[in-house]
Design a protein. Structure first.
Length: 126
C-alpha cells in the first residue's frame, strides 16, 4: 500500500482542506478508520480488500497472500463478477459477515472458518 496525507487521520485524509493520495493493489487487505479520496476500482484500488471503518469492499479479484481475520463487527461485500480466493496454506477467519454476490473459492489446503456468516452465493471448495 502506498499512501500520503496532510496532517490527517486514517489514510489519505487531510485536515487542512486537501486530501492526500492513495494507491492500493496486489491483493492487500486494509483496515482503516477513514479513507480519502474515494477509492475507484482500476484507478487507485487494484485488487484489494479495503475496510473503511467496519464496511469492507472487495475491489476486483483478490487472492489472499496470508492469513487474515475479520472481526465480529466487520461486513465485507463481494459484488457480482468479483472473486475472493483462499489458496492452499492460507486461512480466512471470518467472525463478521461476508455478503457474497460474487465468488468465494477455497482451494485444497485453504481454510475459511470463524464464528461469522457468509450470505448470498455459496462458498466453492476446490
Amino acid at each position: 500500500m502506498e499512501a500520503t496525507g496532510n496532517s490527517g487521520a486514517g489514510i489519505g485524509g487531510g485536515s487542512r482542506g486537501t486530501a492526500g493520495t492513495i494507491n492500493i493493489s496486489n491483493s492487500a487487505v486494509i483496515f482503516a478508520s477513514s479513507i480519502q479520496p474515494t477509492l475507484t476500482e482500476g484507478t487507485n484500488a487494484n485488487n484489494p480488500i479495503v475496510f473503511n471503518g467496519n464496511d469492507g469492499t472487495l475491489y476486483g479479484n483478490v487472492t489472499l497472500a496470508k492469513n487474515v481475520t475479520f472481526a465480529a463487527e466487520r461486513v465485507l461485500t463481494i459484488a457480482s463478477g468479483k472473486s475472493l480466493t483462499i489458496p492452499s496454506a492460507v486461512t480466512l477467519t471470518n467472525n463478521g459477515t461476508i455478503n457474497n454476490s460474487g465468488t468465494i473459492t477455497v482451494k485444497s489446503g485453504g481454510v475459511i472458518n470463524g464464528t461469522g456468516s457468509v450470505t448470498g452465493n455459496a462458498v466453492v471448495q476446490q
